[in-house]
Design a protein around this ligand. Structure first.
Ligand SMILES: Cc1ncc(COP(=O)(O)O)c(C=O)c1O
Length: 428
């Protein structure tokens, strides 16, 4: 047994499924995942020393590549004098100020420890602010594992083909209404029946958790108008798209003004992080100023704040990174289309800058959850396993996003395409 398998088999004894988050287990792929030992720039290395070009990037955060020198230095310098205090620090001020000053529609932020915490707290705040209970989410969007979001969720819930999760009381989801992504009619019909009861609509403005599906511009604009008309708050979940599709996130691409925005992943530079922010009059409803209670022992942790600040300032000061990733993304997209044509495989590539999904699909376009679900997951599994043996690390599910990082060069895209060319598709 090789070292990866030995570690993973023993992990199964001590951790359910051998993992701490379900999709990592490669459950439906009949192979063990590689056990990753270290990362450097664009590469990760498993316990056997095998090198992979990494298109997962810790599921998004590692946009600067693994162990970026400035992020490592920030963590090391901070660790010498500040690990945790549970008290105000200048480090949290620096990151909060930087976010508020460089992002649109963020007057104030509250730091938390994960994307899930950010979205569930934003929803609680929206409910407290509006005095309403109901929320709308979109089928296929994933906002973390909070009970109220585990209905028609994307990401791992979708990969496992389950409608939701056991352990979620009916009472926790009775106020969650589901609409269809990119379908304004589905929102209108909900608003027509109970518009004045909806506290918030939460949406991934560029969805990444049913595979990448950008929202249509008109759809988002109309959504924002309907929210205003009904006194409903619009919450953009930019946990994945924030600092990824553009420095200022998806909201900057659409010109639509959300009331609240959630962040995580890139904003913590790879350390456990999250934040939510938005209009001051809403944020001021949070305790200790207001009566919406939300707290956290580790929130604003110095190491996280230092890693986040180093990451965001580096991205902000080098915005040419985004045009570089756009060029590489284009190269990848065109290359994949070409190889698919040569091999007579039907694919649709949805891409927004440095995040994309190759859907194995016979459709003409993929615009929502129902479209995404028709993709050929067996073919995806065959492609994924082949690419892994060729040293290309990809998300192990059709319904996730592939990410580029700023350290990638043309040679990495070429290596991807070369591996793809050598694939012999297995359809069953
Ligand atoms: C859009 C979105 N929201 C929320 C979450 C939950 O974040 P976390 O896994 O940090 O709890 C994710 C995680 O992938 C996400 O992609």
């Amino acid at each position: 047994m090789n070292k990866n398998d030995a570690i993973f088999e023993e992990s199964k004894i001590y951790m359910p499924g051998g993992v701490n988050s379900p999709v990592r287990a490669f459950k439906d792929l009949d192979i063990n995942p590689p056990v990753i030992k270290r990362g450097s720039g664009t590469y990760v290395y498993d316990e056997e020393g095998k090198e992979y070009v990494d298109f997962v990037g810790a599921w998004g955060p590692m946009i600067l590549g693994h162990c970026d020198e400035d992020v490592v230095k920030a963590i090391q310098d901070t660790a010498k004098e500040a690990i945790a205090f549970g008290a105000p620090t200048n480090l949290e001020l620096k990151l909060a100020r930087h976010m508020c000053k460089t992002l649109e529609n963020v007057d104030m932020v509250r730091m938390v420890n994960s994307g899930t915490e950010a979205t569930m707290s934003a929803i609680k705040l929206a409910r407290g602010y509006t005095g309403r209970d109901k929320i709308i989410k979109f089928a296929g969007c994933y906002h973390g594992h909070f009970d109220g979001f585990l209905v028609s969720a994307g990401s791992g819930v979708m990969t496992e083909g389950i409608p939701g999760s056991l352990g979620v009381p009916q009472d926790s989801i009775k106020n969650t209404l589901i609409a269809n992504y990119n379908d304004i009619g589905s929102i209108k019909s909900i608003f027509n029946t109970c518009g004045k009861e909806i506290a918030a609509i939460i949406i991934e403005p560029v969805a990444g958790n049913m595979g990448v599906i950008p929202s249509n511009k008109e759809f988002l604009k109309e959504l924002s108008v309907l929210c205003k008309e009904n006194g409903t708050l619009l919450v953009f979940d930019e946990v994945m798209s924030g600092f990824r599709v553009a420095y200022r996130g998806a909201q900057s691409l659409y010109g639509v003004k959300p009331d609240l925005i959630t962040f995580a992943k890139i904003m913590g530079g790879g350390l456990p992080s999250g934040a939510y922010g938005g209009r001051a009059d809403i944020m001021e409803k949070l305790s200790p100023l207001g009566a919406v209670y939300q707290a956290g022992t580790m929130s604003g942790n110095p190491l996280v704040m230092a890693a986040g600040y180093a990451t965001l300032t580096k991205l902000y000061n080098n915005q040419e990174y985004y045009s570089k990733m756009e060029e590489l993304g284009c190269l990848l997209e065109n290359g994949v289309k070409q190889v698919a044509k040569e091999k007579s495989i039907n694919v649709i590539i949805n891409r927004c800058g440095a995040m994309s999904t190759i859907f194995f699909s016979d459709l003409d376009k993929i615009e929502n959850y129902d479209d995404a679900k028709l993709s050929n997951t067996k073919l995806y599994a065959s492609y994924f396993k082949h690419m892994l043996t060729k040293g290309i690390n990809l998300p192990p599910s059709q319904f996730e996003a592939l990410f580029l990082n700023v350290k990638m060069e043309q040679c990495h895209i070429e290596r991807f395409l070369e591996a793809l060319r050598s694939w012999e598709p297995i359809y069953k």
